[in-house]
Design a protein around this ligand. Sequence first.
Ligand SMILES: C=C(O[C@@H]1C=C(C(=O)O)C=C[C@H]1O)C(=O)O
Length: 355
Amino acid sequence: MKSKLDLNKIERPLVIAGPCSAETEEQVLNSARLLQKEGIQIFRAGIWKPRTRPNCFEGVGSEGLEWLKTVQKETGMQTATEVANVKHVFEALKYGVDILWIGARTSANPFAMQEIADALKGVDIPVLVKNPVNPDVELWIGALERLEKAGIKQLGAIHRGFSSYEHSIYRNIPQWQIPIELKRRMPNMPIICDPSHICGNRVLLQSVSQKAMDLNFDGLMIETHPTPDQAWSDAQQQITPTQLTELLSSLKLRVEHPDGISLDTLEDLRYKIDQYDNEIMAILQKRMEAANSIGQYKKDNNMTILQSGRWESILEKHLAQSKDTNLSERFISKLFKAIHEESIAHQTEVMNIKK
Ligand SMILES: C=C(O[C@@H]1C=C(C(=O)O)C=C[C@H]1O)C(=O)O
């Protein structure tokens, strides 16, 4: 049977909503009915929950798949759930789940991904792949490619943020440059944002959803629960179906290339950007030439490449200067660390590689 959702023809934003976990039949049906009233067409619910520690609620298992079937029959909504192994795939297919997604812990594991891809050979069902927990775009692409090779025609990516030891307001740091890179590498791959797992709390959901729309993401997967505070998993990040509607109607939907407007002003501004970029390139080249000469000096005088005191003072000076500019400390820190790394690479080449 051909699935109704065509991931290759999405009307933005595609919305997938439903509870983090299927808990009871009543909770599942109640959630679905409320979402259907709000006009949501795709219902999500976790049946098997990968939890960091044992003795947490790990999902109701296959029993919940019956409830998803009732959701389809009663509301006409399509259903989506996470599969993490071959058994889950077969069970979900047996019960007619419409859309599958692969979680972040699974997409980080090429063996698990290959087994799932093999189990899906010859099946025509949309499959969405969450980014791996670690910020590695290659791993994410690899997971998608394994499914592509297995013949899955309707593929999509879900951005759910990345684990980090860094203290952050987010549960999983968005690292937007990673989904942006995925879009560059796989321009036709639909990308759906999962603000619930990025934020880990309700407060930030709206701003992250708006940002995803402004980055031209194709859709949103948002966790909803009829009584979020009573949810058996991830209570703090779930919202009610009514709050979901409020959130969705607050979003401003912009397009990448609007019809019928003159681009003259934009082109003038882009001309300026191109000039500045050329200047940046020329300056960086000159800076690396100086680094090469320093490398030669250090080689001749038996000095180490890394000079911690000098590096510390450069970084500190520019971080302090950034306060009087429109450049953020975070940006300046990243920029100078990248420059320093490249400078060290140049000196290493001069010292140890070049004859
Ligand atoms: C260029 C030098 O070598 C290294 C690179 C630096 C840089 O590119 O700014 C600074 C300190 C060193 O760790 C240097 O010693 O001055």
